[in-house]
Design a protein around this ligand. Structure first.
Ligand code: ADP
Ligand code: MG
Length: 400
């Protein structure tokens, strides 16, 4: 739909503090997270208008209205504000000024200030420290002179990460010694970076919570995540290797971060569990998260339902996980074999009990591109895992 095709509608009706079904909600970003939000919102009776410059964006294709325009396009932002009762984002790198501009006209959650912190690894780590949440030893690198600081020695071997715009392991270089540091920084185009000590990880986990404007919160069970090549590959819930005390501590830390930020919306905090059992905050996402996709099929409220509830002012209720779940990410590699494009063997995976296939409607498969996910749900964690192993083998994916 073109911008011109949209005419300004009458003022949006609302009950004070509560946006009832039937209203139009705005979403910045049209990726798969947005697509699943649109599905959740529409199934509860809301309409969604998506702003994303890509005419084929996964959320744009299923939204009630898709504004194909840049995130900073003033005309598009005005249209979004005039049509939508409240606005949220699914895209972490949405320009803060777009959120700020919208917030002068409509409720916008999460706030531009919170999103700006999550967009910058340096600011994020400062927040961890402020909230008393441990994070990896690190240093900011913004000039050539920073590379020569003697103190960097203690951070090696380490990982050099761009402070912004990194995702799925992109914008990172492993640094074994001081001699590699300069090359790594040049490879990252000498943009501001953090050098982070490489830590001995035992496990990775995440906490997804929702916080409402009145400070009430709800969270999903702790997820255990396996990454391959910097990209999430497998999420297991319940987390098979995490003791209840560590899980409770992670939830408390995530809640503390949300409170320190006065956060409103869905927030994901990724943690490392070190080999000595210590819990370390890695990074945050101001939106639903890939590790929460299992909640669509395994919980009575998904992370997208939580996002909708915060946005509409509906009460937050703790989601109940009714099935054990394993989520497998389906990357474009599955479609690409021997230089040919082929359809993965859905027949064998869909013959498994409790198998839920989600595809994001992306027309082109590329290596490492998230095309969809598979959730395997079962009465017990063991059954979910066994079925996930069978599914992974049938699709030619590595076991876990
Ligand atoms: P992204 O934004 O790409 O997800 P992350 O900082 O989460 O970036 O890094 C991706 C993955 O790299 C992590 O999930 C973890 O497996 C590994 N990693 C990142 N930082 C460290 C670290 N300091 N020590 C050990 N492994 C790390
Ligand atoms: Mg990460």
């Amino acid at each position: 739909m073109t911008l011109q095709a949209l005419t300004k509608t009458a003022a949006v009706a609302s009950t004070p503090g509560l946006l009832v079904p039937g209203q139009m909600l705005g979403l910045l970003g049209g990726g798969q997270l947005g697509r699943m939000f649109v599905h959740a919102a529409q199934s509860r009776g809301y309409s969604v208008m998506v702003l994303d410059p890509d005419p084929a964006s996964p959320a744009g294709r299923v939204a009630d209205r898709h504004l194909v325009a840049a995130y900073t396009d003033p005309e598009a932002l005005n249209l979004l504000a005039s049509h939508c009762a409240a606005i949220t984002t699914e895209f972490e790198n949405v320009p803060a000024q777009a959120l700020q501009r919208l917030a002068t006209q409509r409720p916008v959650t999460p706030s531009a200030e919170a999103v700006q912190i999550c967009q910058h690894r340096g600011r994020e780590k400062a927040l961890f420290t402020q909230a008393g949440v441990p994070c990896a030893p690190h240093a900011l690198i913004t000039t050539d002179a920073d590379l020569r600081l003697a103190s960097l020695h203690s951070l090696l071997p380490g990982i050099l990460k761009t402070v912004s715009l990194g995702y799925d392991g992109k914008g990172q270089r492993q640094v074994a010694g001081l001699s590699d540091l300069h090359t790594a920084w040049l490879e990252l185009r000498s943009v501001p970076c953090v050098l982070e000590k490489r830590l001995p990880l035992q496990h990775e986990i995440s906490v997804i919570l929702a916080r409402a404007a009145d400070g009430s919160t709800a969270h999903l069970p702790v997820q255990q995540n396996l990454h391959r090549d910097g990209i999430l590959a497998v999420t297991q819930v319940p987390a098979p290797d995490i003791d209840p005390a560590t899980a409770a501590q992670a939830v408390q830390m995530a809640l503390r971060l949300a409170q320190t930020l006065s956060y409103v919306g869905v927030l994901c905090v990724e943690f490392f569990v070190l080999q000595n059992g210590q819990l370390i905050a890695n990074e945050m996402a101001p939106r639903p998260h890939n590790s929460g996709h299992y909640s669509i099929d395994a919980c009575d409220l998904s992370q997208f339902d939580l996002q909708l509830r915060v946005l509409t002012g509906m009460p937050l209720v703790k989601p109940r996980q009714h099935s054990a779940a394993v989520m497998l990410n389906l990357l474009g590699d599955l479609w690409l074999a021997d230089g040919m494009v082929r359809e993965p063997d859905w027949r064998s995976v869909l013959s498994l009990p409790g198998c839920h296939l989600h595809l994001y409607g992306k027309t082109q498969a590329r290596a490492g591109r998230k095309m969809g996910h598979l959730s395997l749900t079962a009465p017990t964690a063991l059954e979910a895992r066994q079925n996930a192993w069978v599914a992974a083998a049938a699709l030619g994916m590595p076991g876990f």
